[in-house]
Design a protein around this ligand. Sequence first.
Ligand code: UD1
Length: 429
Amino acid sequence: MEKIVINGGKPLNGEVSISGAKNAVVAIIPATILAQDVCRIENIPNISDVSMMIRILQQLGAGIKMINKNTLEIDTSTINSYMVSHSLTKHLRASYYLLGALLGRYGCARVAMPGGCDFGVRPIDLHIKGFELLGASVSIEENAIIDARSDMLTGSPIYLDQVSVGATINVMLAAVKAKGLTVIENAAKEPHIVDLANFLNSMGADIRGAGTDVIKIRGVDILHGCTYSIIPDQIEAGTYMVAAAATGGRVLVKNVIPKHLESITAKLIESGVHVEEYDDSVLIESTGRPKHCNIKTMPHPGFPTDMQPQISVLLSIADGTSIVSEGVWDNRFRYVEQLIRMGASISVDGKLAVIQGVERLKGAPIKADDLRAGAAMLIAGLCATGTTEIENIIHIDRGYEDVVEKFRLLGADIKRVTVEPISQIANIV
Ligand code: UD1
């Protein structure tokens, strides 16, 4: 067991390079299943969600070669199974992409219910609706195995009742080799949807409109291997931008697509932070206390829900009162309890948080409730006075490559320490 210890209160200064996008790579690795060939994927972030996805593909029979820290060659021609057990899916939400990919390749998939961050109810009814409209029969068995099968998937118009990243991706995966035309209406528009479409098109797929709310997929018979580089991670970039702002620092965030960061940039500017955009980097400079502002999270291009905990830390030390309204998930303010331990003044009512800014946060022992809550705890520790110890950092490692090293290079006093499990101490005694 490990925890992260931060001696906070120091402005971050320098340059940080952003890794490949977690939410793109966890869709693109399963998508390689559709190629039955070798795909070389570059700019892969070295995070535990990727390790888990690799383990799942290996268990299905794929050959995986690590070319270097951030490049993999995946050979899916050797896959010999279409079943994924709960022991593998329980670790990450994106394991449900195995359903679309295996269904698209074999016409059948048996995948256990996915795990991942707990933001309240996370239904998959729209994924199932999409598969059924493509002609699959889908059942959920008593042991929480989702079974999807079809003799021949056939393209269809599919209207998503709610904008869903996961359902949009899963339908794309299942439809890419189906017979005829699939039209997804009310599709999600996140950057990783576009990245997946670009990857599938590099393999020979015919997908148009990704990044808009209508995606057209004309099924093809064969997909071939390709070489592809993952886009930079929008949320990792946003996390470093907010960390720079909250600590009163000056940081050049490199290897980003500034267009993907517009909603985050807009809110930082509104709270008085200086942001300069270049071709593939953004400079964040902050002096003085941030100003209050209101946030409402929405699907892309709105303000991303996955940045809500991090920006709330900035607002908790802002001058004045801010209102943060969560527009995607039912229960995404659990982390507030940790910030209150650090002296924040926040009251939560359902999907709304009222943040009365305080002058500063004070270091405390806290925990990461989930991945982005964990990122928020890092920012809180970095801008607080005194020492902060963060437990449950396993969540942070799911989505942030070399996070301690990156912050340390920006001048933070931050380290990982190993915590001896109680059972081991008990044995020694
Ligand atoms: C993905 C991201 C997650 C992010 C979320 C919203 C990955 C691996 N995870 O999650 O980090 O917070 O997008 O940007 O990319 N819904 C239904 N029925 C469904 C599916 C979704 O009602 O079948 C609802 C959800 O309850 C939620 C909303 O739609 O209220 C959006 O969920 P969705 O976009 O599907 O999120 P995920 O793909 O799970």
